[in-house]
Design a binder for this molecule. Structure first.
Ligand code: ZN
Ligand code: ZN
Length: 303
């Protein structure tokens, strides 16, 4: 019985709300409940997508969200009327604090130089990081795209907005940092360029790893160490390995958290096993698990 009554209340609210051009939610508590559960559903879907399918593959969802954010930003930018350059800063300040932007998080302009067309923006309590929590990946591509469209309009030229650091990446990071700089191009071209940049970075980081070992203990001393110690040295010195654990059973198994897990395998990870074998001269086997962790095993040779 109560179910029917609550349905009737909801129905009557809905009939009324569709006649309003600017309904205020506080006047329609049942509709507000409905929207809240819709929001929860949406967040659940995002959580599934981010935590499930995206694991270990190139983050296509972020690219899609970036595009949606860019479209949303374009809608907002259409309404913008920026006057002379002197007032750009005050205007932007007011804009990021307006409800249309602040509903995505508390946005702060840390640095803004309209002449150089660069800015640094922090966002804390971004709804993306708040709802998804710490999941070891950036989650604010929507805001990234939105800021890109808005700042392109404000600065009157296509700019790039990059999320440099995200509160969803690490538990100790409290706010997300966005960098705005000139040189905007289409997001597809940029994704390709990013792949190339990441490859270059990976190669450099691998080279640095061996240089650090040679500098520290010398190559010969390193190669004389026990295989397990050689691997530990390598993982400790590699700037892209953020953590590793040893599971010692019949065979030695390392669980390694590598910063390249989120990129597609052909960017760095396909050559990782070979790289470890070449450097450490330990005949390891590498399996990329679904949990952002590489399992690296080798059979200990009995002495
Ligand atoms: Zn973020
Ligand atoms: Zn890897």
């Amino acid at each position: 019985m109560s179910k029917i009554i609550s349905k009737l209340i909801l129905l009557s609210e809905m009939f009324i709300i569709i006649t309003y051009s600017n309904p205020e939610l506080k006047d329609f508590p049942e509709v507000e409940n409905l929207l809240n559960s819709l929001r929860d559903n949406t967040i659940n879907i995002f959580q599934d997508i981010f935590i499930g399918q995206i694991e270990g593959t190139k983050d296509a969802i972020s690219q899609v969200l970036g595009k949606i954010g860019f479209e949303a930003g374009k809608q907002i930018a259409q309404e913008l009327k920026v006057k002379d350059e002197g007032s750009v800063k005050a205007y932007t300040e007011a804009l990021v604090n307006s409800p249309i932007l602040s509903r995505w998080g508390n946005i702060n302009i840390l640095h803004f130089d309209p002449g150089e067309k660069v800015a640094t923006i922090s966002v804390d309590k971004s709804i993306w990081t708040d709802s998804l929590g710490v999941i070891a990946t950036k989650t604010c591509a929507f805001i990234e795209g939105m800021l890109e469209a808005i700042f392109s309009k404000i600065l009157d030229e296509p700019i790039i907005c990059d999320e440099m650091r995200c509160a969803s990446e690490y538990s100790y990071v409290k706010d997300c940092i966005f960098q705005i700089a000139p040189g905007g191009s289409s997001r597809e071209i940029r994704a390709y360029k990013e792949d190339q940049t990441i490859k270059e970075m990976g190669k450099k980081e691998r080279a640095i790893t061996m240089e650090a070992i040679n500098e520290d203990i010398g190559e010969q001393f390193y190669q004389d160490l026990d295989p397990m110690i050689r691997l530990i040295q390598l993982f400790n010195k590699a700037p892209f390995i953020s953590d590793h654990f040893i599971q010692d059973e019949e065979e030695v198994k390392f669980l390694v958290v590598c910063n390249y897990w989120r990129y597609s395998n052909d960017i760095m990870c396909n050559s990782c096993e070979n790289w470890i074998r070449t450097c450490s001269k330990v005949p390891v086997n590498l399996v990329k698990s679904k949990h952002r962790i590489c399992e690296i095993t080798y059979k200990a040779i009995e002495k």
